[in-house]
Design a protein around this ligand. Structure first.
Ligand code: NAP
Length: 251
C-alpha cells in the first residue's frame, strides 16, 4: 500500500511519543510531532528528516481547545489531513489521596482525558472524510489501580472507556480506535518517579525488572512497535482493544 498517511503524535518531543513518531515516519508516514514546546519538537523532526522522512514540529497544549483546533489545521496545511492520531501526551502528579491537591487532580484529568477528547474530536472529521482512520490512545497498567496515583489511574481507566466508545461510534467510517497500556517504560516519566522516591534510576529499573516476566524494563520502541501494528492498513478489523505491553501477562 503506497498511500502516504499523515499522523499526529502528541507529547512527541521525548519518551514514548518520540519513539512512536520515529517509528511511524520509518513506516512511511508524514508525522506531526506535537508537544507543549514547539522548539523541543525540532530535534525529533530533524531526526525524521535526516532519515529521509517528512515531519513538522507543532507546539500546542492538548488541553487547550483553541490551541488544538489551530494545531490540527496547521497539520492539514503543512502535511495533509491527519488520518492517524496517537494520543500520548501525559503527565503524572503522584501523591497519596489525602495529600493530593485539586490542581493535581485537574491537571492529570485535563491532559489525559480532555486532551485526548479535544485532539480526537478535531482529527476525526478528517478521518471520516477520508473513510479511513487509526486512533491509538495511551493508557497504562496503572488503570488497574496504583498506590499514589488516584488521579492518573482514574484518567488511564477513563482512556480505556473513551477508546471503546470511539470504536463503537467511528467504526462505520473506516476508523479504528485502540488503547495501549504500557508497563514500566524507560523515559523521563519513570526517571522522575525514581527521583521522587530517592532511588537511582538504574537501581529502580533493576528492581522493576525483577517483577517483569521478560526480565527487563521496556523502552519506547516496544510501545512504538505495538502502535505501528494498530495503525497499519491491515489492522482494520482490530478495534476497541486494550493491549497491555508490559513484558508479561500481569500488569
Ligand atoms: P514523558 O517522557 O514525560 O513525555 C510526555 C510528553 O508529553 C512530554 O514531552 C510532555 O511535555 C508532553 N506533554 C505533557 N503535557 C502536555 C500537554 N498538555 N500538551 C502537549 N504535550 C504535553 O512521558 P512518557 O513516559 O513518554 O509517557 C508517554 C505516555 O505514555 C503518557 O501518556 C504516559 O502516561 C504513558 N505511559 C508511560 C509509562 C512509562 O512507564 N513511561 C507507562 C504507562 C503509560 P513537557 O516535557 O513539556 O512536559
Amino acid at each position: 500500500m503506497s498511500t502516504t498517511r499523515t499522523a499526529i503524535v502528541t507529547g512527541a518531543a521525548r519518551g514514548i511519543g518520540r519513539g512512536v513518531a520515529l517509528r511511524l515516519a520509518a513506516d512511511g508516514m508524514a508525522v506531526a510531532v506535537l508537544d507543549l514546546d514547539e522548539a523541543a519538537c525540532e530535534p525529533v523532526v530533524a531526526e525524521i528528516e535526516g532519515a529521509g522522512g517528512r515531519a513538522v514540529a507543532i507546539g500546542a497544549d492538548v488541553a487547550d481547545e483553541a490551541a488544538v483546533a489551530a494545531a490540527v489545521e496547521r497539520v492539514v496545511a503543512e502535511l495533509g489531513p491527519p488520518t492517524v492520531l496517537v494520543n500520548n501526551a501525559g503527565v503524572i502528579r503522584d501523591n497519596l489521596l489525602f495529600k493530593m491537591t485539586t490542581d493535581d487532580w485537574d491537571l492529570v484529568m485535563n491532559v489525559h482525558l480532555r486532551g485526548a477528547f479535544l485532539m480526537t474530536r478535531a482529527a476525526q472529521k478528517h478521518m471520516t472524510a477520508a473513510g479511513f482512520g487509526r486512533i491509538v490512545n495511551l493508557s497504562s497498567t496503572s488503570a488497574l489501580g496504583n498506590r499514589g496515583q488516584a488521579n492518573y489511574a482514574a484518567a488511564k481507566a477513563g482512556v480505556q472507556g473513551f477508546t471503546k466508545t470511539l470504536a463503537l461510534e467511528l467504526g462505520k467510517f473506516g476508523i479504528t480506535a485502540n488503547a495501549i497500556a504500557p508497563g514500566f517504560i524507560e523515559t523521563e516519566m519513570t526517571a522522575a518517579t525514581a527521583a521522587r522516591v530517592g532511588i537511582p534510576f538504574e537501581d529502580f529499573k533493576a528492581g522493576a525488572a525483577k517483577e517483569i516476566p521478560v526480565a527487563r524494563t521496556g523502552v519506547p520502541a516496544d510501545i512504538a512497535h505495538a502502535v505501528s501494528f494498530f495503525v497499519s492498513e491491515g489492522a482494520g478489523f482490530v478495534s476497541g482493544q486494550v493491549l497491555y505491553v508490559a513484558g508479561g501477562p500481569k500488569a
